[in-house]
Design a protein around this ligand. Structure first.
Ligand SMILES: *Cc1c(COP(=O)(O)O)cnc(C)c1O
Length: 437
């Protein structure tokens, strides 16, 4: 029996019913796999609404939300200015398939804030952004090979569903059925934070490598920051071999600050991919970069790229409204302060209950890994205690805390995750730790 934060018994009847219905019509009952709770067991919770830091499920249970739609909702749920801007925009029409003034404003805004970006093209998802970035890099360099890193996520296009082969220097192999080897053979997947393997591969195949694509702060194997010199090393070696460096800032863009991870770490790529926050909770992605590279995109150049709903007026106004509210140093300071507070409480609780855990945090992104040493790459991440995470997840869920339903994800904070919310989370965590330790 589960007791919610209000002390009442939590029921999940309606969610269970909806899930049973959904699996008849939608593969696995969900429209994106991690939502199915496969990594933690149990049935997914169906969400009815969200306000600020909280969501309410179909049964009326309330949770403090640390998933926040997997990153876009830095302003929390239903931020009044965004709701207002959307209500206003919707009266004027939802899509035209022709240019609009606000697209130019959003493009200019991002270019003004993100140092390495001189031109930008809007698309509909992060997946589209990374796919196009690689196509551009191949066209510009007239090369085929792509280097990526194990544990980084770049969306679900064929080329990125590749994992490392048996030897470090061998070509990637498909990580999903339906992806041809002829495509993954063009991908080399290396360990994150390991400059040696990068230098090695460039020494042997540098002349074939179109680009290196990386999450400049990895957040899709849990939060794994770049070690000192890693990003600098990537910048140096790609320059030396006339390869392009692509930063996938779909999560980190406008999350680690207005200038993204590139400004945060002081290393600047040739191409940047955006998504999530720049759409303010609506579907968006973008590719930006140096003008000479970006102008290779059609119609100014020879690299084809298009989209019926690209630059959609609703997504653009939601994104622009979000970015303008973020344009205030105090927002990021507050996120940092509250992130640090949450980290402090979790570490205290781990200590008090004698649980092996490592908290890795950058600003408002945080992962608690149930393991006893720092996580530097995907192999390290795989040493964590997955069973313990599942128990922890469900113990928190029934106490009204909605954590990512996978141990390899980041917790996200919004501007609504204040001291009170964090203290309530820490209190629930103490009870959860008491239950599972
Ligand atoms: C979420 C994400 C993507 C994919 O974006 P979608 O909008 O889900 O297609 C790509 N790269 C990174 C780093 C992401 O976090």
């Amino acid at each position: 029996m589960a007791f919610g934060r209000m002390g009442s018994i939590m029921k999940f009847e309606k969610s269970e019913k909806l899930y049973k219905l959904a699996i008849n019509y939608i593969p696995g009952g969900v429209n994106s796999p991690v939502r199915a709770f496969g990594a933690v067991g149990g049935n997914p919770i169906f969400i009815e609404s969200g306000k600020g830091a909280e969501i309410t499920d179909a049964d009326g249970n309330k949770y403090i939300d640390y998933v926040l739609s997997w990153g876009p909702l830095i302003l929390g749920h239903s931020y009044p200015d965004i709701v207002g801007a959307l209500e206003n925009a919707i009266q004027k029409g939802t899509s035209f398939g022709a240019p609009t003034e606000l697209e130019v404003e959003l493009a200019k805004y991002i270019i003004d804030k993100v140092n390495s970006v001189e031109r930008i093209r809007l698309v509909n998802s992060g997946t589209e952004a990374t796919m196009t970035a690689v196509r551009l890099a191949r066209a510009v360099t007239n090369r085929r090979m792509v280097v990526k890193f194990d544990g980084c996520y770049h969306g679900h296009s064929d080329g990125f569903l590749a994992k490392a082969g048996s030897g470090m220097l061998t070509a990637g192999i498909p990580s999903s059925s339906g992806v041809p080897r002829t495509i993954t053979e063009l991908i080399i997947s290396l360990p994150y934070n390991n400059m040696e393997s990068i230098e090695d591969i460039f020494e042997k195949r540098g002349g074939d490598i179109a680009c290196v694509i990386v999450e400049p702060m990895a957040a899709n194997m849990g939060v794994v920051p770049p070690e000192n010199g890693f990003l600098e090393g990537l910048r140096k070696v790609t320059k030396e071999y006339d390869s392009l460096l692509i930063f996938d800032e779909v999560i980190t863009g406008f999350r680690l600050g207005l200038g993204g991870a590139q400004q945060f770490y002081g290393v600047y790529p040739d191409i940047t991919c955006f998504g999530k926050i720049i759409g303010g909770g609506l579907p968006v992605g973008a590719i930006g970069g140096r003008a000479d590279i970006m102008d290779r995109l059609s119609p100014s150049g020879d690299v084809y790229q298009a989209g019926t709903l690209s630059g959609n007026p609703l997504a653009v106004i939601a994104g622009l409204t979000t970015l303008k509210i973020l344009d205030n140093q105090s927002v990021y300071q507050k996120l940092e302060t509250n992130g640090a507070l949450l980290e402090k409480y979790i570490e205290q609780n781990l200590d008090d209950f004698g649980i092996d855990g490592v908290v890795q945090r950058v600003g408002s992104l945080l992962t608690l890994f149930f393991t006893d040493k720092a996580i530097k790459n995907f192999d390290d991440a795989n040493t964590l205690d997955k069973k313990l995470y599942s128990e922890y997840f469900h113990s928190m869920l029934k106490r009204g805390i909605y954590l990512p339903p996978s141990p390899f994800e980041a917790m996200f904070l919004s501007v609504y995750h204040n001291e009170d919310i964090i203290e309530r989370t820490a209190e629930a965590q103490r009870k959860a730790f008491a239950e599972i330790s």
